[in-house]
Design a protein around this ligand. Structure first.
Ligand SMILES: NC(=O)C1=CN([C@@H]2O[C@H](COP(=O)(O)OP(=O)(O)OC[C@H]3O[C@@H](n4cnc5c(N)ncnc54)[C@H](O)[C@@H]3O)[C@@H](O)[C@H]2O)C=CC1
Ligand SMILES: O=C(O)C(=O)COP(=O)(O)O
Length: 399
């Protein structure tokens, strides 16, 4: 029976689903983990479930040899070294849509609050000051929303923004179908210069690191506000801090940060804490009851299908094989380097062992191949060892 480790307060719906499917060996740890704590927790784990806070590096993956699958109970997968996971034959699953709406709603709320200068007014009122003035407070109606990254969240934000009368423009590195009346622009700088509200919805990682840097902040109008609910590394924080202090930007809402506390006992540090015109939230864009419950069930289900049948449909890094119920006696999951002759040699091994292949499903993606083979009898240890010792084999498991 697989051992499953769930970190970072993954919703109870995940545990419920796993247990209903017969997976009882579940260790729940509320915090994100790093270093030896992470290695110790994963030492004998077959599956790990994480959210955005646990970095699963190549070093971690190379150390925890037991690991067979990773579930990211969130959208982003930049916290996992996907290249290393793929090279080790470990599929990574996520929940690509379950918190999209939650983030989009928060962004619309933040746009309204920022243009009305509510963060400053709220802070002043808490301190006993009655700053009743319309100065610098605007409706969002008719203002330009600039969306950077018009994927699932960006497009959903655009739809909601139009319903409150905003004019939506977006910039994406890929060509995207504009929804509603949204208009694509051809450069990020063009979007930044045009927008009254800029909202970021790109993936994290080296390609988007400091995408909003000092030079790009300088392109924005002083009346513009910036929202980041994507990944902390996308905005150069010191440059943003300077722009806000020097009133080259009117306000900001940040939900994500280059360094985030691993749990509620660690202090959150940021130069932005001192600024009243910044909304700071603890990475809760996707943290609604609805989203978390759905994510828990969705990712748990993908893991269950992998553990029970080898299904890799919706894996973000892996050849995808759809779910096929296991009805033959043995199922072999074989991950190998994608090169000629591997399947022929493998099937010759089955024939030599007198095994009849009932069904076989192969998919390849880039440098790896994944084949699920059902045979009509038990697999001997000797045959399993033979399959594992084939030079192109990355991993071979029986279920
Ligand atoms: N704050 C939170 O709690 C949450 C944060 N997120 C973050 O939001 C990100 C976006 O989520 P989705 O919209 O679902 O992803 P997605 O993959 O559907 O969309 C991302 C879009 O960004 C575009 N893109 C990539 N690089 C770009 C660049 N340099 N400039 C402009 N566009 C670029 C892509 O072409 C794609 O259209 C996630 O990767 C995750 O990091 C997601 C959910 C919750
Ligand atoms: O879905 C995502 O990518 C998020 O950023 C949400 O992360 P979380 O599960 O709240 O740690």
């Amino acid at each position: 029976m697989a051992k499953i480790v769930l970190l970072e307060k993954i919703h109870a719906s995940a545990v419920e689903h796993l247990k209903n499917e017969g997976f009882d060996d579940i260790l729940q740890i509320p915090s994100a983990l790093t270093g030896n704590d992470l290695l110790d927790a994963l030492a004998d784990a077959d599956v790990v479930g994480i959210r955005s806070g646990t970095q699963v590096s190549a070093d971690v993956l190379n150390t925890v040899s037991h690991l067979r699958a990773i579930g990211c109970f969130c959208i982003g997968t930049n916290q996992v070294n996907l290249t290393a996971a793929t090279a080790l034959g470990i599929p990574v699953f996520n929940a690509p849509f379950s918190n999209t709406r939650s983030v989009a709603e928060l962004v619309i709320a933040q746009a309204i609050l920022l243009l009305r200068r509510i963060p400053e007014k709220n802070a002043l009122t808490h301190r006993g000051k009655w700053d009743k003035t319309a100065q610098g407070a605007y409706e969002v109606r008719n203002k330009v929303l600039g969306i950077v990254g018009y994927g699932n969240i960006g497009a959903q934000v655009g739809i909601l923004a139009e319903s409150v009368g905003m004019r939506v423009h977006y910039y994406d590195v890929e060509s995207k179908l504009p929804l509603g009346n949204a208009k694509p622009v051809t450069s990020l700088e063009e979007l930044l210069a045009l927008a009254d509200v800029v909202t970021l919805h790109v993936p994290g990682g080296s390609a988007t690191e400091n995408l909003i840097n000092r030079d790009r902040l300088a392109v924005m109008k002083p009346s513009t506000v910036l929202i980041n609910a994507s990944r902390g590394g996308v905005v150069e924080i010191d440059a943003l801090h300077d722009a806000l202090i020097e009133k080259r930007l009117a306000g900001a809402a940040l939900d994500v940060f280059p360094v985030e506390p691993r749990n509620e006992t660690e202090e959150f540090t940021s130069p932005l804490r001192e600024l009243d015109n910044v909304i700071l939230t603890p990475h809760i864009g996707g943290s609604t009851e609805e989203a978390q419950e759905n994510i828990g069930r969705e990712v748990a289900d993908k893991l269950v299908r992998f553990l029970k049948a080898g299904t890799t449909r919706w894996a973000v890094n892996f050849p995808e094989i759809r779910h096929v119920e296991k009805d033959a006696q043995s199922r072999i999951l074989h991950v190998h380097r994608n090169e000629p002759g591997v399947i022929a040699r493998m099937n010759a091994d089955f024939a030599e062992a007198g095994l009849n292949i009932v069904a076989q499903h192969l998919q390849t993606k880039g440098s790896i191949g994944y084949v699920i083979t059902d045979v009509d009898a038990a697999i001997s240890d000797a045959l399993l060892q033979k399959l594992r010792s084939e030079p192109a084999t990355i991993r071979c498991d029986l279920i």
